[in-house]
Design a binder for this molecule. Sequence first.
Ligand SMILES: Nc1ncnc2c1ncn2[C@@H]1O[C@H](COP(=O)(O)OP(=O)(O)OP(=O)(O)O)[C@@H](O)[C@H]1O
Ligand SMILES: [Mg+2]
Length: 412
Amino acid sequence: MSLPEGPATTSILIVDDDEVVREFMSATLEDAGFNVATAADGETALKLCIENPPDLVIADVLMPGMDGFQLCQELRQRPETGYIPILVATGLDDVPSIVKAFDVGATDFINKPIKWIILNYRVQYMLRTSRVAQELRENQVRLVSAKEAAESANRAKNEFLANMSHELRTPLNAVIGFSNVMHQQMFGPMPDKYLEYSKVIEESGTHLLTIINSILDLARAEAGRLTLNEQEVEIADVVAFCEKIVRVMAQRADVAFVPDIDEGLPHVFADPTKLQQILINLLSNAIKFTPPSGTVTLTIGLDADGDLMFRIEDTGIGIPADKIELALAPFGQVDSRLARKYDGVGLGLPLTKILVELHGGKLEIDSEVDAGTIVTVRIPRERMRAQEAVRVPGRATVAPAQDRFDWALARS
Ligand SMILES: Nc1ncnc2c1ncn2[C@@H]1O[C@H](COP(=O)(O)OP(=O)(O)OP(=O)(O)O)[C@@H](O)[C@H]1O
Ligand SMILES: [Mg+2]
């Protein structure tokens, strides 16, 4: 609730043991239209303030019993009176008592004998600032509660999605699996039309699975439940797996795919499935947004700092500098002819960034419209094993087969 606007509804409490001062002060402020109450000592003033907090208190310093300093302290300690502006009127025109008044919570001071005309202006000014401060406090309370409400709604959404993973995927596995069986004609030949339909069912189901997987991964990441399945990984294995998928995509798009992988790279301690996801998301973007006869280059090596670096470079349509942030946001797509021509919901890049960051790495985008895009991923050198670290025979250095299959199925 904000303070009343005009003097007529504004109440002021005057606390002074000198009856003459009380009389003069009341007369001046009533004349200006304020509602004035008075008290002759600190104890009475405190009681009045607690019962019915005024909009401003003018307090004398030297009073028998509770003095002006103590009154300030008492008022500031209580939530209902803590923000009342207090003007301390002091007959002691000395710096120590002014300083002490501020220390104990006074808002301002005025010297006695009081110049009555100044008192009115001083009071008006303090009331204005107090009103502004109160509005700020109220706004802050509103903002904090709106933020808390939004955060808890977002948490609920993420929890819901993270828990829905099984329910959403299970029926799709049946759709994709059985349509594939039909499409392969495992149990005998089918009419051409049915063959065609089963292919469409499989493709659509697979496409839906990709989207669901991305949404679930993002939700899990936001709920802090996307974790890494870390192991010692041979980069060449990850690349070999991605290459198979990417080559098909590149061929279909009539784009040249040029891998340039440093030989003898040390092992990296990472989640192999997520590394594949990173590479395939970025390479599929590069291919998708590059017109026919263009080139997509994948460079992998160590940078000058010894960090592992993936660089995906294309000769495509590029992203305007002011749209890069949008492209990195969930569901953010840069509106362009080619972007709209292709499938996709705008989850690949934000998810990739999260996966890179889960590894403690960084993702950077440099792009020029109609010239191309370079996405650079850096995985910190702390994750690299020494060059001589040899692969233990028989040890899994890439994701377990089922895990890779599910994911690749959804992507290819
Ligand atoms: N290499 C690129 N060249 C040009 N634009 C790109 C490139 N990579 C991403 N973009 C732009 O950023 C947007 C977001 O990319 P993102 O990978 O998140 O979504 P998508 O590829 O549209 O869909 P999804 O990845 O979910 O299948 C794209 O829609 C596109 O506008
Ligand atoms: Mg994408």
